[in-house]
Write a protein that binds this ligand. Sequence first.
Ligand code: PMT
Length: 404
Amino acid sequence: MSLLIHKQLCLIVTGGIAAYKAPELVRRLRDAGAVVKVVMTAAAREFVQPLTFQAVSGQPVHGDLLDPAAEAAMGHIELARWADLVLIAPASADFLARLAAGLADDLATTLCLATAAPILVAPAMNRVMWEHPATQANLVTLRTRGVQAVGPDSGAQACGETGPGRLAELPAIVAAAEHWFSGGELAGVRLLITAGPTHEAIDPVRIITNRSSGKMGYAMALAALAAGASVTLVSGPTALSPPTGSVIKRVTTAAEMYSAVMGAVIEADIFIACAAVADYQVAAPAPHKMKKQGRELTLTLIPTRDILQAVAARPHPPFTVGFAAETENLIQHARAKLTGKGLNLVAANLVGQSGTGFDSDENELHVVWDEGEKQLGRASKDALARRLISVIAEHYRAKHPARA
Ligand code: PMT
């Protein structure tokens, strides 16, 4: 059963070419059971006729703050109180800026300022506008106020460019709206998770890798989805199917994993590094299969970039969780990683023994943070992932009470 049944959604449509997708979004939200009232900015009305939204929503469409008929009954306050969720799709760069500045010079911005309902934005704009520091700073401001974002996706744009800025796919927007009502510990929170090993080429047919199967990271993704989070999974090569509902980004090398994470982290509230990333790569992989020489062979290895450390060192890092895979002095090494990499939490597991750790169905985890630690015990990776997600949610909510 959809979590949107009988939920009252105020959809604000702002000006942009992606506005043509908004009537279909209304239809899908209604199919999921929501009651949808549409507010259009003046710019949006240049792209789509209000009558279209009236037809698909079955409700009058709102546009003017100073509409005497509606405002006689304080229409904008009524709408602000009516909404269980305010969804802005597409959200233009201009509208995000006006929202961040707290403007109230039209019905849409006034409604956002007057509502106590959560606000979800689905940005859509040209990729350069999306990547502009002003837009990114506006998003940071909005996030600190509890506004959540879904998308944008990356791909071909109406302007002919390719890159991030496309309106998220409509099912993803509907799913993000649903998450607000899931009531899970991580409802509305966006997680970025790495999983699996990396492969570092020696030559076109040989690699350096490790025994990670990806099971722990995929279990984390599943547990996070069950807790109501939206999940992007950056996965090294594994034989596993990504959990339904997650966004999967497949990579092979540590460098590719670094790029995929850095490209997605701006959209993450929580980052969990479960992947067993190679610490070294071959300095100069051979372009052709290396021939057996019958003598000693020396490979020169150079360090890969530490993804977890780079995420934690960002100016506005997400809540950052690392794993520590150790063969001895588990807690001591985990604490060194916690402080050394500037993390919020570390989940430590003993590896190199049979039955737990790498490539097994069970694991045993011990979580450490600045002022404490918790033993999560030995269990299946699925069960442990649920326990660990619960601990992460508790610490995340304590750090960001405004987003609870
Ligand atoms: O995949 P499975 O078979 O289910 O096994 C699960 C697991 C044992 C791989 C998992 O539970 C685990 O411990 N993952 C982390 C493995 C690891 O690389 O640990 P580390 O102690 O070497 O690294 C510490 C942390 O830094 C990790 O969060 C790691 O993802 C991160 N790191 C390391 C190197 C690097 N270049 N970038 C990183 O982000």
